[in-house]
Design a protein around this ligand. Structure first.
Ligand SMILES: NC(=O)c1ccc[n+]([C@@H]2O[C@H](COP(=O)([O-])OP(=O)(O)OC[C@H]3O[C@@H](n4cnc5c(N)ncnc54)[C@H](OP(=O)(O)O)[C@@H]3O)[C@@H](O)[C@H]2O)c1
Length: 297
């Protein structure tokens, strides 16, 4: 059985889909907003869980104790850097304290994967691709929360995966940046996108497929980067979306990050690139490129 904590979000929706497509397992999907049961797959059972509430975590975990084999994918997070900076105590409570309590109480589960971010690394100088054992130098409080949660997870001998910027059409009943780009360009309006900040970007579907494959592989590395091969700016990604959605590429406008108001609200790493050699070795993958099917043998 899989248990996806925070299953109703952008990544969670794709993880559910990947589990259904790539395994025969049943799934417990947790959220604080149970979706309409109509049209839901019968292998998915939705359950309320607020990770800040010890009572609701206890209720979830108690129900899992009789299960033969349980893999937890932990996604719940308070993660918009601006909100985290404005509410650091709440962010620490959700991202670190609640994760610590949950992972500690879930000692009986067979596998526990904590989903982290490239933000733990900080800035890539000269297009350096960070490896899993590089020092962590986050530049904002969101990154510090993720570092603390990772450390707890690793010291409990559980697993961490670090993800880059993710982008795909949303399955989650709320619009993602991808959908907003498409909507805006379809109205004939221009979309400004940073051309000078680079990430090892992946689609949500690709990240979900790789996470599920990693869990199923039984691999033991405490931390694994999950990311693409390419160095992509958001402008590059915008052009790729324009191509696949048949939008006018001239509506995607390159802008410099430091000129933008959004960029200056919270300190951010200018570029963060990750190395995916370990991931490709574990899963025997040759090539991981944004929006391309990933072939896992
Ligand atoms: N998106 C990216 O580009 C990206 C990149 C790197 C890492 N990540 C990590 O991936 C994970 C999922 O991110 P996402 O993009 O899917 O964001 P998202 O759509 O906001 O999903 C996060 C989920 O966390 C849940 N959550 C928040 N507070 C909670 C609480 N107190 N108790 C229980 N659940 C709570 C929310 O569930 P409900 O509101 O349904 O209860 C929400 O669905 C996060 O850990 C994020 O840091 C994302």
């Amino acid at each position: 059985m899989f248990v996806v904590v925070g299953a109703n979000g952008f990544l969670g929706s794709y993880i559910l889909r990947s589990i259904l497509e790539n395994t025969d397992e049943q799934v417990i999907a947790t959220t604080r907003h149970i979706p309409d049961p109509d049209g839901q797959n019968e292998r998915i059972q939705w359950q309320y869980c607020d990770v800040q509430s010890e009572k609701s975590v206890d209720a979830l975990l108690e129900g899992l104790k009789a299960e033969r084999s349980v893999s937890v994918v932990y996604l719940a997070a308070y993660h918009h850097p601006e909100e985290v900076q404005a509410n650091p105590s709440l962010a620490w409570d959700i991202n670190v304290t609640a994760l610590s309590r949950f992972a500690n109480k879930a000692g009986f589960v067979d596998r526990f994967y904590y989903v982290s971010t490239d933000s733990v690394y900080g800035d890539s100088v000269d297009h350096y691709h960070f490896r899993e054992d590089d020092p962590l130098r986050p530049v904002n409080f969101y990154g510090h929360c993720k570092c603390a949660a990772e450390a707890i997870t690793v010291h409990l001998e559980r697993n961490v995966v670090r993800l880059p910027f993710l982008i795909s059409p949303s399955l989650a009943g709320k619009k993602h940046f991808y959908d907003k780009i498409v909507d805006t360009a379809r109205q004939g309006k221009r979309v400004e996108m940073f051309s000078d900040s680079f990430r090892s970007t992946l689609g949500f579907d690709q990240a979900a497929k790789l996470i599920v494959a990693l869990i199923q592989s039984g691999q033991k590395n405490p931390v694994v980067n999950i990311c693409g091969d390419e160095e992509l700016s958001k402008y590059d990604v915008g052009l790729m979306i324009a191509k696949r959605e048949h939008l006018d590429p001239n509506l995607i406008i390159p802008v410099l990050s430091e000129a933008s108001e959004e960029w200056n609200q919270v300190q951010r790493a200018h570029s963060t690139l990750m190395d995916n050699t370990l991931l490709k070795t574990i899963l025997d993958i040759d090539r991981i490129r944004l929006f391309e099917e990933i072939s896992i043998s």
